[in-house]
Write a protein that binds this ligand. Sequence first.
Ligand code: HEC
Ligand code: HEC
Ligand code: HEC
Ligand code: HEC
Ligand code: HEC
Length: 193
Amino acid sequence: MKRWRALFPGVGIFFFTALPGLVTADRAEALLPSHNCAYCHAIHNAAGETLLNSDVVETLCLTCHGPAGISSLKADIHTDSTTAPTFRQSCRDCHDPHDNLPNWLGGTNIKLTGTVQDESGLALIATPNSGIRNVIFENRTSFIQGAPYYDGVCETCHTLTAFHRNNPSGVHNHKLGTTCTTCHDHANYFLPR
Ligand code: HEC
Ligand code: HEC
Ligand code: HEC
Ligand code: HEC
Ligand code: HEC
């Protein structure tokens, strides 16, 4: 409800289109210019909660970012197997659908990475095995942070991988300084091609 009030102070009805004046300036700037509210929300006949166009957020995102979608930027979930997964992270586990969020280092994450699980407004991720942690991703050379925080976007969740865990154990020099996703393709579950 917090976003509700921030977006429409004193307004009791949802209006998602053609109301830029009512959207607070910071929200309007934070929202991707390429993401129109109506891409994800509908005033009438919405299928999901909060007037979403689909009742499953992952399905909604993949409508456009899946193989047949209108966006040229292709993506998928993060998993080791689609048939017998030992782990499965979906879009909303890593992305905030609305905003590029600030991180605790004072910068701002790119590509909508980071979600908010508390009132701090900072980019955080609810990790599978390490609770809620910071996540840093300011450019395509900052996928990892290393010691002492290990909170880069490609390490903050990891506790069992051979490389780039969120703690000092394991190997931390695998492909240092590279753009991890040139090999770990988002459209291939982040597994190396
Ligand atoms: C890329 C898809 C997407 C776009 C674009 C989008 N939203 Fe949302 N919105 C969501 C999702 C998903 C939720 C469900 C809650 C969540 O997952 O945070 C949501 C929830 C909301 C809520 C409920 C409160 C909340 O924060 O959960 C409001 C209000 C809202 N959106 C307003 C807007 C407005 C206004 C715009 C355009 C300025 C917009 N949204 C654009 C995906 C989107
Ligand atoms: C109706 C289509 C549509 C839907 C639904 C949609 N997107 Fe997008 N998204 C786009 C388009 C279009 C772009 C701009 C790139 C392009 O032109 O292909 C984009 C760009 C992005 C980007 C790149 C932003 C950047 O800074 O480069 C991210 C990340 C993203 N979308 C995530 C999501 C997530 C997460 C969801 C679901 C909550 C979602 N999108 C739902 C159409 C969509
Ligand atoms: C494990 C975390 C994670 C999950 C899960 C995840 N993403 Fe992403 N996403 C990222 C990261 C990190 C990037 C930046 C990749 C890069 O810049 O190379 C990104 C980038 C993107 C982009 C922009 C790609 C580009 O080339 O600019 C889109 C679109 C996107 N994600 C959509 C999605 C959708 C849709 C889902 C769910 C089906 C999803 N993401 C699930 C972490 C995630
Ligand atoms: C939201 C949490 C999360 C984020 C963010 C994340 N991962 Fe993972 N990843 C996991 C989990 C959970 C595992 C299972 C092992 C573990 O728990 O350490 C895993 C395992 C992996 C594996 C091993 C897969 C296998 O076959 O066993 C690779 C490769 C991987 N991640 C790459 C990446 C890359 C590259 C990024 C950044 C683009 C990334 N991960 C970001 C959650 C995440
Ligand atoms: C040049 C391609 C390439 C780049 C760039 C790359 N990787 Fe990898 N990565 C691989 C390959 C191939 C494997 C599997 C074989 C192996 O274990 O070496 C792998 C394995 C992994 C694993 C799983 C290790 C395990 O078995 O548990 C993780 C996690 C990982 N990479 C993270 C990253 C991160 C983070 C980055 C960016 C700093 C990165 N990779 C950059 C090719 C690459």
